[in-house]
Write a protein that binds this ligand. Sequence first.
Ligand SMILES: *[C@@H]1O[C@H](CO)[C@@H](O)[C@H](O)[C@H]1NC(C)=O
Ligand SMILES: *[C@@H]1O[C@H](CO)[C@@H](O)[C@H](O)[C@H]1NC(C)=O
Length: 246
Amino acid sequence: MLFIFSFLLVPFTHAVISGDLNCTSYNGTAFVYTPAAVACSNAISDASCAVLYPAPNTDYPAAGNDAERAYACYTTATATPAAVVQDIKTAALANCAKTCGLCCQTDDYSCPNVAYPRLNCATITTSQCNSVAWRTIIATDCPSACGFCNQGGCVDAVTNCANDLSICNTVGMQDFVNTYCQKTCGRCPSTTASSSGSTASSGTCTSYAADSSSSCAAWAANGFCTNTFYTAAQRKARCATTCKLC
Ligand SMILES: *[C@@H]1O[C@H](CO)[C@@H](O)[C@H](O)[C@H]1NC(C)=O
Ligand SMILES: *[C@@H]1O[C@H](CO)[C@@H](O)[C@H](O)[C@H]1NC(C)=O
């Protein structure tokens, strides 16, 4: 009897990540971290995070691996099954989101993607997030994949435009900045960059459902409320109060 039980339990004791499966996906045989799980930076040094959130089995979370998440990232328990304790997780998200493999739940990585993205948002890699060719498409279609949630769909295609702001006004640089420095030089189409967030949808509401995200003010300032790349249902589900959607 004992033999049968331990035999049945084997697959489960080998299933790692455990407890909190956010920022993971099933690859056919195991739960593995998504690229967005580790795409951000820790707020404090990586070395400090390694002390606060030591890897239970030497491996730290990385895209595609199934390293066990440090207990301190999400629970007060010291063995599985470990229930998620939200206080503990909030602290981990604020300080060591990357070491914990929880980047996808930070504000910059936690927003709806468009209803019909032109590419598969779930498989976007870090090199795509930094690629001149990909960044502007990703910012519009899959902002959560690269931490573009608070950018309102508008990013620079190259990452160092702000090194020299004078290029925005240099005559011979206009074709360049219109293509590569849209955010820094204010060249994004107004539908994604600067439409006001506070348009009321109709005069019939007297109250709205609560926002489900704490970032609605920032998103609204970036045009989220009126951005038709998101379905009305997605906008309402996230920011009904801020966007005045009922
Ligand atoms: C994801 O995180 C939330 C909140 O921290 C938690 O309640 C939930 O159980 C987690 N989901 C999974 C699949 O682990
Ligand atoms: C899924 O991930 C596990 C753990 O990283 C790995 O051993 C396995 O080969 C992967 N399976 C597939 C189908 O990619």
